[in-house]
Design a protein around this ligand. Structure first.
Ligand code: GDP
Ligand code: MG
Length: 168
């Protein structure tokens, strides 16, 4: 089944200069990258992204981590991978949540660590199922940022009179 999944290279992945290595690993899947950007992570975006972790004792640290507060990198690289079995293929290469338990040849097994404070620095986020992928892709990208048209149903709305920045 052709599907799509969200990949985030987290601030530790950026700080450790792992972008190239991670993209090389993900290219093994032969999936297509259909959207990509470097973006800052507002508190609202971080809390929405990790909404299901709200009750966890490490929630505050998790929000700080994804916002780059631990790594002086206040951004993530966000991508959408698209193709046959995308979610499982990417998840397989990602490895387990706990980097010490992750398969050593997986991305998290190879590059992740647990800090002395107990934070799982696992270098990437990837969606776990179709429903999560849809929620996350819609959260991180607008329809026009994705090269595959109408990946999910869209609607057209009038532009407000809000100001925006354009090249001078
Ligand atoms: P994922 O889908 O494999 O990323 O795992 P989850 O959705 O369960 O958790 C989201 C993120 O929360 C993980 O990637 C970790 O960064 C963090 N996390 C999850 N479980 C733990 C934990 O037990 N301890 C700590 N410190 N962080 C965790
Ligand atoms: Mg998850």
């Amino acid at each position: 089944m052709t599907e799509q999944t969200l990949v985030l290279i987290k601030p530790d992945g950026l700080k450790k200069s792992l972008t190239g290595n991670i993209l090389t690993r993900l290219s093994e899947t032969k999936l297509e990258i259909v959207a990509v950007k470097i973006t800052r992570v507002s508190r609202e975006l971080a809390e929405e992204h990790y909404q299901q972790m709200k009750e966890k004792p490490f929630f505050k640290e998790l929000i700080g981590y994804i916002r780059g507060e631990l790594h002086q990198r206040h951004k993530v690289m966000a991508m959408v991978y698209w193709g046959e079995g995308a979610i499982a293929k990417v998840r397989q290469l990602t490895g387990s949540t706990n980097p010490e338990e992750a398969d050593p040849v997986s991305i998290r097994g190879a590059y992740g660590r647990i800090t002395t404070k107990g934070i799982y620095e696992n270098v990437i986020h990837t969606s776990t199922d179709k429903k999560e992928a849809e929620r996350e892709i819609k959260l991180w990208f607008s329809p026009d940022e994705i090269i595959v048209k109408n990946m999910y149903p869209i609607k057209i709305v009038e532009e407000s009179k809000a100001k925006k920045r354009i090249w001078a």
